[in-house]
Write a new protein. Structure first.
Length: 110
């Protein structure tokens, strides 16, 4: 975008000190506008999260689980009974080992 304005093209020094000053000034203004827009977006996001929490919709937000907690707990009983290893269960469920560990940790926590 900046290169679309010939006066802001810092590769060429045809405008001398005045050109450099104008270029620096415009870049600072654009940086300020970008920062202000980012702050506005973050505030809107924060307000949206608060509103979702107040409506009780926050727990449903985000990526859905691959399998339910109940299903995982039922399947994990096979590991406890030594009918299969954690690795075999992880492959059977079709989830990554990190997801398996997270589900296990959640299950054991409560």
């Amino acid at each position: 975008m900046i290169l679309d304005f010939s006066i802001l093209d810092t590769r060429a020094t045809i405008h001398g000190e005045t050109g450099t000053f104008i270029c620096d000034l415009v870049v600072q203004i654009l940086a300020y506008l970008t920062d202000a827009e980012r702050k506005k977006n973050l505030e809107a996001q924060k307000m949206g999260i608060v509103a979702k929490k107040e409506r009780g919709e926050w727990e449903e937000y985000g990526r859905p689980r691959l399998i339910s907690r109940e299903c995982f707990a039922n399947e994990y009983q096979k590991v406890k009974k030594n009918q299969m290893t954690e690795k075999e269960l992880q492959e059977k469920l079709g989830i990554s080992m990190s997801t398996f560990r997270r589900y296990k940790k959640e299950m054991l926590a409560g």
